[in-house]
Design a protein around this ligand. Structure first.
Ligand code: F6R
Length: 236
């Protein structure tokens, strides 16, 4: 694992965007795994800027998002589809049919999860997966548990995640209690992973994930077993 300490959030975002741009420029029909949340917002804005300046072309890129809340319509302002459209996808030259976010409204979640896995496989797997980390060590919505969950699945969100994400909804009561997420196996199958973490509050859990014991109690710790991870951190 390569760990980079960025001097500030700007630098973290620029470095992350630059790695994504190189993968897009070097890979035929690149497939990106994307994350939502506050951490990647600067990266997405750097990608939009690079696309506008002609430094990167998304016309052959496919994207798969890590997760989605159950029960939220894609037009809901807090849905992850809405987030992706407004922070990145609406502003770059990507074909929208090549952008995938799990369907939080699917009637049969198990079937939808299988479909998501097979769509990823059909596109040749994920070339680069971007990850943030939750305050409890989650990646995607793989919450701390006694086991690692392999494939895309539905999860009950922990109180810690509900509270952490209540800042987007205004109140913890309004945060959906379930979500659908890529599994740890789906994430670990990505050819390359870029993990980003920012802010003093994330320092302890990030260091535990990157350098501590590998345990499903800190899902991100499994990344230590991935052969190609770049972690870009800024704890200032
Ligand atoms: C979101 C996701 C989550 C976030 C994590 C950190 O798609 O997969 O694991 O990356 O909750 O969120 P922020 O960046 O808001 O601190």
């Amino acid at each position: 694992m390569k760990v980079i300490y960025a001097k500030d959030y700007e630098e973290l975002s620029r470095l992350t965007a630059n790695i994504i741009i190189s993968v897009i420029n070097l890979t035929p029909n690149p497939v990106l795994g994307l994350a939502t949340g506050s951490t990647p917002i600067g990266t997405y804005s750097a990608l939009v800027d690079a696309n506008k300046r002609g430094f990167v072309d998304f016309s052959e890129t496919t994207t798969f998002n890590l997760d989605e809340y159950c029960g939220l319509n894609p037009s809901h302002e807090q849905s992850y589809r809405y987030f992706m459209n407004s922070h990145l996808l609406n502003h770059i030259n990507i074909h929208k049919d090549n952008t995938f976010v799990p369907d939080g409204l699917a009637a049969d979640m198990k079937q939808q999860a299988r479909l998501y896995e097979s769509l990823i496989e059909a596109r040749g797997g994920i070339d680069l997966q971007l990850l943030g980390i939750g305050p409890n060590g989650h990646i995607g919505f793989n919450e701390p548990d006694t086991v690692f969950h392999k494939e895309t699945h539905t999860v009950e969100l922990t109180q810690s995640t509900i509270e952490a994400n209540s800042r987007f909804f205004g109140s913890s009561e309004l945060v959906p209690k379930q979500a659908v997420t890529m599994g740890m196996g789906t994430i670990m199958a990505a050819k390359r992973i870029v993990f980003i973490s920012t802010g003093k509050a994330k320092e302890k859990i990030t260091k535990r994930a990157l350098f501590g014991e590998v345990t499903p109690e800190v899902p991100a710790s499994l990344l230590q077993y991935h052969p190609n991870v770049t972690a870009i951190c800024c704890f200032n």
